[in-house]
Design a protein around this ligand. Structure first.
Ligand SMILES: *[C@@H]1O[C@H](CO)[C@@H](O)[C@H](O)[C@H]1NC(C)=O
Ligand SMILES: *[C@@H]1O[C@H](CO)[C@@H](O)[C@H](O)[C@H]1NC(C)=O
Ligand SMILES: *[C@@H]1O[C@H](CO)[C@@H](O)[C@H](O)[C@H]1NC(C)=O
Ligand SMILES: *[C@@H]1O[C@H](CO)[C@@H](O)[C@H](O)[C@H]1NC(C)=O
Ligand SMILES: [Zn+2]
Ligand SMILES: [Zn+2]
Length: 470
């Protein structure tokens, strides 16, 4: 029994249809450049180019709202007050004038994320899970693909080491963090500006574009100290993708301007403190070898067996798998789940534990916990081993030991039948079941059986590891 429970935990799969919701950001950009200054004080003799550059800089990074008509609105902070904010941020003299040290700083290559808070002023500032997926979409032409992969993985590892986070490359465009090298306008209202200036930007944690990191392909990306070191910039941008803001401390990797840094210890103590404030300290919940154990076909789950309530979500039409402790996906559910099924028509997931079951929509528990007796199960059924919903016929099958029940659309039960009578060659107990393209996939013992419903026979036997996409 104990053995079976382990299997059911380890192999549980859900078919989910995730919605990608684009968050709306409160960044005021792009804004028209004013035809002239808004009337605030600055030294006569400021080069018009510098004024234009400074205006654009303060608009982009300090939420300065220039009035396109040139008239100054009393309600809005003036150019010079925004300039003072910028000077304070970088530890310059708060002169409110475009002196040379200010102009030098404004011309220093930097991150495209604003320095002031309102960019972050939106729902949620952290991932509500410890396992974050990533992928590289468009690569750069400046570095070999392998080098980019290695630098991106190393930059994520910097944060993984300092936190309980684990990053998993999902080879899917639905990854939490999508990395792309793009030029100029690239579809997110934050166009890049060619060589120098803005090097990269990132979106804070969230669905859709949330968590994504864009690098300006116009920069000369390198793995060395010349040009812009991709590892250094990526570490900074991933900080944003995890919810961190810019730091005023030049030692912090979250300082906005680019500087060549020693790559062996990028994080300052402030960076470590900030990531720990968001995600807690680095006490890894899992054996770090877990991610690699998937490649070992002889004992794919060996190092996973001690994990509590772990789950994988396999998308029907996608190759990626999202994985992690159940509580990462469904914060209200901790501990063990025996079986689960997904009804696409209702966007609902049903989770079973012992004689109880929950209905979930997204990550929310809907309604009360119910007893499986309300589904018509007799009292001798103490646990559902596996459940699967077949959307074509709107039937749901529940497996318990060597028997199964078929429920139709109204969930009215039929009497239990022997699994082996109706699914020849399939022997219970079944730890998980899924339906895909006319076939049921039964996870039983160490194997996954692909069972063709029409032909009434097993057409393939697989290992769970291949099902889970690794
Ligand atoms: C601030 O101004 C003073 C004199 O006006 C100058 O000596 C000092 O170097 C300035 N500070 C910085 C950080 O440049
Ligand atoms: C499932 O039931 C067991 C035993 O009653 C309990 O310890 C566990 O927390 C339950 N799981 C959930 C997700 O509630
Ligand atoms: C669910 O109902 C059955 C039968 O009525 C009962 O034996 C069982 O204890 C109930 N489960 C819980 C957790 O209350
Ligand atoms: C299921 O199989 C068992 C023995 O293998 C048998 O005694 C029982 O009658 C069968 N049940 C049904 C509903 O066919
Ligand atoms: Zn930044
Ligand atoms: Zn972008």
């Amino acid at each position: 029994m104990r053995q079976k429970l382990l299997w059911s935990l380890k192999e549980m799969c859900l078919l989910f249809g995730f919605l990608c919701v684009l968050l709306h950001f409160s960044l005021h950009y792009p804004l028209p450049l004013p035809s002239r200054d808004d009337g605030s004080v600055h030294p006569t003799g400021t080069a018009p180019n510098d004024l234009a550059l400074a205006t654009k800089y303060l608009q982009q990074f300090y939420s300065f709202q220039a009035d396109a008509s040139g008239r100054r609105r009393r309600s809005r902070p003036s150019f010079s007050s925004k300039l003072k904010d910028m000077q304070s941020f970088f530890g310059l003299n708060r002169t409110g004038t475009l002196n040379s040290e200010t102009m030098v700083l404004m011309k220093t290559p930097r991150c495209g994320v604003p320095d002031v808070d309102d960019y972050h002023n939106r729902r949620g500032n952290r991932w509500m899970k410890n396992l974050v997926t990533y992928d590289v979409g468009r690569y750069t032409s400046h570095l070999p693909v392998n080098t980019v992969d290695a630098l991106i993985a190393s930059a994520l590892e910097v944060w993984a080491k300092a936190s309980p986070l684990t990053f998993l490359r999902s080879f899917s465009h639905q990854a939490d963090i999508m990395v792309e090298f793009v030029r100029n306008d690239h579809g997110d209202f934050f166009p890049f500006d060619g060589p120098d200036g803005t090097l990269a930007h990132a979106f804070g944690p969230g669905d859709g574009i949330g968590g994504d990191v864009h690098f300006d392909e116009a920069e000369s990306w390198t793995a060395e100290y010349n040009g812009f070191n991709l590892f250094v910039v990526a570490t900074h941008e991933f900080g944003h993708a995890l919810g961190l803001k810019h730091s005023q401390n030049p030692e912090s990797v979250m300082f906005p301007t680019y500087k060549s840094r020693k790559t062996h210890s990028l994080l300052s103590s402030e960076d470590i403190m900030n990531i720990n404030t968001l995600y807690g300290p680095s006490n890894k919940w899992s054996n770090p070898s877990l991610r690699f154990s998937w490649n070992n076909p002889s004992s794919p789950w060996a190092s996973a067996s001690h994990l509590p309530g772990y789950m994988w979500i396999k998308h029907n039409n996608r190759n990626d798998v999202k994985e992690g402790p159940i509580s990462n996906f469904m914060p209200r559910i901790s501990g063990q789940i025996d079986a689960a099924y997904w009804v696409a028509q209702r966007s609902a997931v049903y989770l079973f534990n012992g004689t109880l079951f929950w209905t979930m929509k997204g990550t929310q528990v809907k309604g009360r916990v119910k007893n499986i007796s309300s589904l018509g199960f007799p009292s001798w059924v103490r646990q559902i081993d596996a459940a699967v919903h077949i959307h074509k016929t709107v039937d749901t099958l529940f497996f318990t030991q060597n028997q199964y029940n078929e429920h139709d659309k109204t969930m009215s039960e039929s009497s239990p039948r022997n699994i082996s009578d109706d699914f020849p060659q399939i022997k219970g107990p079944i730890s998980a079941a899924m339906y895909k393209d006319g076939c049921l996939h039964f996870f039983a013992g160490p194997d996954v059986y692909e069972y063709d419903i029409k032909q009434k026979k097993i057409i393939a036997v697989d290992k769970p590891s291949s099902w889970l996409g690794c």
